[in-house]
Write a protein that binds this ligand. Structure first.
Ligand code: SAH
Length: 468
């Protein structure tokens, strides 16, 4: 049972990360940020519950966990915040115990504390609160009333979870039971997610303010003097609230740089390289090997190795690198290219073998007498992200443009064409244009991309539109 933290994927614990990477299946709730699941290969099951509309009942979830575990799978039960703060983590634990399923609890940052900080509210402060109380606002629905007289007389900060439907009742009960109508109140929706919003008012006015701002669940209701610190302590980052899509993992420096400016970043999956079995040439015969990209050479060598043939078999071959990048990669593995590619210079009296990716080789117009070995192919990964949730896409390379496009269906492609894109370099922008995407060109460095993003999206969040 794993706590996912309040939403921002970087607020996961190290142990949670490791357990998610080790899991065969991840069973997660509605409040878990999908961006957090992107890096993990496990099967993912959404048992998210919408208020009143129970998608999967708690009984079904319990049984599912037991069945999955008994079938020998490693199950990660991922819950928002901390697993033992509301959200029925304790009940699930009891059920597992009764059914002799061993489990571990991996704590998470609870929204009741971390969610306040994200809006600039310290849950305690020497001037305002020397205790805090985390309370469910949902108790009435379970037929039980809260002890309002007791709650209203606490000196510390009150944090209500699952309380949005009861906001008016909460405010009334606190006032009826003696709390001042001028007590500060804040409501924070989707804390630490890109769509985080917050408002503050006092007990007498909070309902009107929340209604006017159209803030709903999931949200935290915070009552107490600490709310006064919000204007002073609220994080002020240039890209706060901006939601960006970037290619999967590989560009993790860009990920960090954008997050540091306050943006929320999600990945999309790149195309996968899938090795292909090919009929290998007679290595003893010798000839010319044209290496169009390094990965193709790598898979070629892998296949030779499975036949018990190693690098020494290249003795009789002239190595031609498609470009300097390939030559450099070859050199890193201890091989010096004999030449850079020039079709006119090929010795066609000897065998000529091209190594490359399947689609790339098919497009290459080499000599008819040459042999073409596609040692791998790139497979599109269907994109599960909802493009409508993003303000923009950042493309660091032409390949990343093609990879995202290849994995999109027709509707997603149409959507992409209406979105703001940032291309790192003119070549990447040209690639975007070919596919009908509109890209803002930035120089190919992280700093320049960040400057371009900042220039486009001011801190005034009302100027931003997602694809919705
Ligand atoms: N175990 C969770 C709480 C689960 S109860 C935790 O420790 O945070 C679900 C309630 O938590 C929601 O109704 C909402 O009140 C609150 N909540 C969880 N994540 C939130 C977030 N990111 N922003 C605002 N409220 C959140």
């Amino acid at each position: 049972m794993i706590g996912a933290g309040p939403g921002n994927p970087e607020l996961l614990t190290l142990l949670a990360q490791r357990r998610l990477a080790e899991a065969d299946v991840i069973v997660y709730d509605r409040l878990v940020n999908p961006a957090l699941l992107a890096p993990y290969a496990a099967e993912k099951i959404d048992v998210g519950k919408l208020p009143h509309h129970h998608k999967v009942s708690q009984y079904q979830i319990n049984d599912m966990l037991v069945e999955l575990a008994q079938s020998g799978k490693r199950v990660a039960r991922l819950k928002a915040g901390d697993p033992y703060v509301f959200g029925r983590g304790g009940e699930e634990g009891q059920y597992l115990k009764q059914h002799h399923v061993a489990f571990e609890v991996v704590p998470g940052l609870t929204s009741a504390i971390a969610g306040l900080a994200a809006a600039g509210i310290p849950i305690t402060h020497r001037d305002y609160a020397s205790s805090f109380h985390v309370i469910t606002g949902h108790r009435k629905a379970e037929g039980k009333e809260l002890d309002w007289a007791n709650i209203a007389h606490q000196e510390g900060t009150l944090v209500f979870l699952m309380g949005m439907e009861q906001l008016a009742t909460i405010a009334d009960q606190l006032m009826v039971n003696g709390m001042s109508a001028t007590t500060p109140v804040a409501v924070i929706q989707w804390a630490t997610h890109w769509k985080q919003r917050s408002v503050s008012a006092d007990l007498a006015t909070i309902v009107d303010v929340v209604t006017a701002a159209k803030i709903g669940a999931p949200a935290l209701i915070v009552v107490g003097g600490v709310v006064k610190l919000m204007p002073e302590l609220q994080p002020q980052l240039a890209l706060q609230g901006l939601h960006l899509l970037i290619p999967f993992k590989a560009e993790s420096k860009l990920f960090a740089a954008l997050q540091d400016e306050g943006a929320s970043v999600n990945y999309f999956d790149r195309r996968k390289k899938q090795p292909r079995a090919v009929a290998l040439p007679d290595m003893a015969a010798g000839g010319t090997l044209v290496i169009t990209d390094f990965a193709a050479f790598h898979y070629f060598q892998q296949q030779l190795l499975t036949l018990g043939v190693d690098g020494r078999s290249l003795n009789h071959w002239q190595l031609v690198a498609m470009n300097q990048v390939v030559a450099n990669r070859l050199q890193e593995t201890g091989l010096l290219a004999d030449a850079l590619y020039d079709e006119q210079q090929l010795d066609l009296t000897q065998p000529v073998v091209y190594l490359g990716e399947q689609a790339a080789l098919a497009q290459l117009n080499g000599p008819a007498t040459a042999q073409y070995l596609a040692t791998y192919e790139r497979i599109a990964v269907p994109q599960s992200v909802d493009l409508a949730d993003f303000h923009a896409v950042v493309f660091p390379s032409s390949a990343s443009v093609n990879d995202l496009y290849a994995g999109c269906d027709e509707a997603q492609r149409a959507q992409l064409q209406t979105m703001t894109c940032f291309a790192m370099g003119q070549t990447v922008a040209d690639e975007c244009q070919k596919l009908g995407l509109h890209a803002i060109v930035a120089a190919p460095s992280y700093d320049d991309v960040i400057q371009a993003v900042k220039k486009e999206f001011s801190t005034d969040e009302s100027n931003r539109v997602t694809g919705r």
